[in-house]
Design a protein around this ligand. Structure first.
Ligand code: SER
Length: 323
């Protein structure tokens, strides 16, 4: 990505957007990076550090206006409805994830936008996908509306690459663990909530059972994967919007044991709800060799280094101002 890019981030106040936007501003300059979100309650650090546009990705006119006004050349499309929220309101998830993504692609095709990042997810897989070392090329038959929209998003993005020569890239994010902004409405949210509750109350009731094992990634690795993929040489890419990327995989009781090393009196109990069924259809571990070969992907954090850092950051914040 070159320094002159004008970058739009959708969903900039979300879990990933709220950390990606400052990083992009650091790299490209504050005024080069336009943060946007449908939310109106935007943290001041995001709003004051550079341009902000209130934007609903379902509004084509508004999207067009923002892209034209700022002469956007590159988009990180981070707004989406996640898996658990999607099951609560499938129509809304379909609209935001499918129509929103199509709007972004269409406007890009008809403007100065040359390159986009459109994330997919491990939710693109389903109950008939091999769950261990899930291959890059495999069965994509998800049974959540979120997963269905992610498969469609991958296919549509790849279509725009082939048909319109737009440079669209994306990876299948695992559950993302972070301490700045809470995720909203995902099945993997327990892997974040457990840390907040461990620091706040030393106890956590988990909504999936202790044996549940899902692929996860710490935010610094998520940001690294995103930017490394965007920086990769297009000619070297055989895949585009559907890269498997792995960070770490652990069972919930293994995560609890790791937390106990730092907070010995931490306790956990389990009350699985509807999200268990979603988790049971997703991979346990991921084969990300295509990402490693095509753009040199390599994660830095494992369960122990992620846990140590999460607890350090959350304890600091808890002492300073509460969580
Ligand atoms: N973290 C997401 C979810 O749980 C998966 O992409 O919905």
């Amino acid at each position: 990505m070159n320094k002159k890019e004008k970058i739009l981030v959708t969903g900039a106040a979300g879990q990933i957007g709220s950390e990606l936007t400052p990083l992009l501003r650091e790299r490209y300059g504050n005024i080069q990076v336009i943060a946007s979100d449908i939310k109106t309650d935007i943290p001041s650090d995001l709003k004051d550090s550079g341009p902000f546009e209130h934007l609903d990705v379902l509004s084509n006119e508004r999207l067009f206006e923002v892209v034209k006004k700022h002469r956007i050349t590159l988009i990180f499309h981070m707004s989406a409805i996640l898996s658990a929220s999607g099951e609560q309101n499938p129509q809304h998830a379909w609209k935001v994830n499918i129509e929103g993504t199509r709007n972004i692609l269409e406007i890009s095709k008809d403007s100065e936008v040359k390159k986009l990042f459109i994330p997919s997810s491990i939710a693109a897989f389903g109950p008939s996908t091999p769950r261990e070392d899930t291959p890059q090329e495999t069965i994509l038959r998800p049974n959540t509306v979120y997963g269905i929209t992610k498969v469609a998003g991958e296919l549509l993005s790849n279509y725009y690459v082939a048909r319109y020569k737009l440079d669209v890239r994306g990876c299948r994010y695992p559950g993302i663990i972070s301490h700045k902004t809470l995720p909203g409405g995902g099945t993997t949210d327990y892997a974040v909530a457990i840390f907040y509750e461990a620091v706040r109350k030393k106890t956590y009731t988990c909504f999936v059972n202790k044996e549940t094992m899902l692929p996860m990634m710490y935010m610094p690795d998520c940001l690294k994967a995103t930017l490394d993929l965007m920086d990769a040489n297009f000619k070297k890419l055989q895949h585009h919007a559907d890269f498997n990327v792995a960070g770490m995989s652990f069972k919930v009781h293994e995560l609890a044991r790791e937390i106990k090393k730092h907070i010995p009196d931490f306790t956990i109990s389990y009350e699985p709800d509807y999200r268990q069924k979603i988790a049971d259809t997703w991979p346990r571990t991921i084969d990300d060799s295509a990402a490693r070969q095509e753009w040199g992907w390599e994660p830095e954090y494992d369960l122990s280094s992620m846990t140590e850092d999460m607890l350090k950051e959350l304890r600091r914040r808890h002492q300073e101002s509460g969580l």
